[in-house]
Design a protein around this ligand. Structure first.
Ligand code: AMP
Length: 295
């Protein structure tokens, strides 16, 4: 089935309604484009849970801070459409910014308590932008199952919360992080990395894997789980933005002198050169990032 690309809000909304009128379930995969195998895995997951999958491709300006990479974020609509088709999507929604943010717009969605820690600390407007655009995409697509990656773990929790709080008819599903064979989490921003930065970035999955092993070995002290990660990222030449241990459900950082519960989010953001990379594991749930145990 060839992919149909919609640029207008009304035509995409009508296509989504036509899916449901036909008695079929809609799957939704919101993205910013520059698609990779991680996004394609979300499309395949959505296809397993629905009859027709729609991918949205929109580089959302409101989730970027003033000094961030909005202008140079990679864009390749033609390549993305081919990848959507290969993964089994039938609809693509690629709106212009003016279609999503009509002239005179003033409305923002803020999810209190989930948006200020971890990535929210260094990216203060980020989750408000994410919550706003995802709410708009849900409003256009209508009832569906929406698949998000656990690579952006805090984002997934924000989206789950807003769907529940705003009584939206959307089932939100999380999908495990897809990694390269050597353990590096796939990201559109990996395209920015030089060969040496790419090698340096491998310290992230390696440090997470070591923490998974420490946790499996019985370590529960928050400081003893966090600090080796900070040290190994720094030793590799990465600039740490944060390394936090947090509650897995509400993403609240655990006190440094405290003890980790049976399941705890270990989340990392670090710069390789100018490129900010994020990754995480849920200790007590996730396996070691694949391939990262190798010397
Ligand atoms: P993005 O285009 O980076 O905004 O991501 C769109 C969706 O793809 C989000 O739900 C991300 O969490 C998800 N995603 C991005 N990278 C990965 C990955 N390596 N594995 C799984 N999901 C991912």
């Amino acid at each position: 089935m060839p992919v149909t690309v919609h640029h207008g809000v009304d035509s995409f909304r009508e296509a989504c309604e036509a899916v449901r009128r036909g008695g079929r379930r809609l799957g939704l995969v919101p993205t910013m484009g520059a698609l990779h195998e991680g996004h394609q895995a979300l499309v395949r997951e959505a296809a397993r849970r629905s009859d027709v999958v729609a991918v949205t491709i929109f580089v959302n300006p409101t989730q970027f801070g003033p000094t961030e990479d909005l202008d140079r974020y990679p864009r390749d609509l033609e390549g993305d459409v081919a990848k959507c088709q290969a993964a089994g999507a039938e609809l693509v929604f690629a709106p212009a910014a003016a279609a999503i943010y009509p002239a005179g717009e003033r409305t923002r969605v803020r999810v209190d308590g989930l948006s200020t820690h971890l990535c929210g600390r260094s990216r203060p407007v980020h989750f408000e932008g994410v919550a706003t655009v995802v709410t708009k995409l849900f409003a256009v697509a209508g009832p569906c199952v929406a698949v998000f990656g656990r690579k952006d773990y805090q984002q997934l929790r924000v989206v789950e919360r807003l769907a529940r709080d705003l009584l939206l008819p959307i089932e939100v599903v999380g999908h495990p992080t897809v990694r390269e064979a050597d353990g590096l989490a796939l990201s559109s921003r990996n395209a920015y990395l030089s060969a040496s930065e790419r090698a340096t970035a491998l310290a992230i999955p390696r440090a997470l894997a070591a923490a998974v092993r420490r946790f499996a070995g019985g370590e529960r002290a928050v400081a003893a789980l966090r600090e080796p990660v900070i040290v190994s990222l720094g030793a590799a030449g990465l600039r740490v933005d944060y390394v936090d241990l947090a509650t897995a459900d509400t993403v609240q950082p655990l006190p440094e002198g405290g003890t980790a519960p049976a399941e705890a989010l270990l989340a990392v953001a670090a710069f390789a050169g100018a490129t900010r990379l994020i990754d995480n594991v849920v200790l007590g749930v996730d396996p070691e990032p694949a391939g990262s145990g190798a010397p």
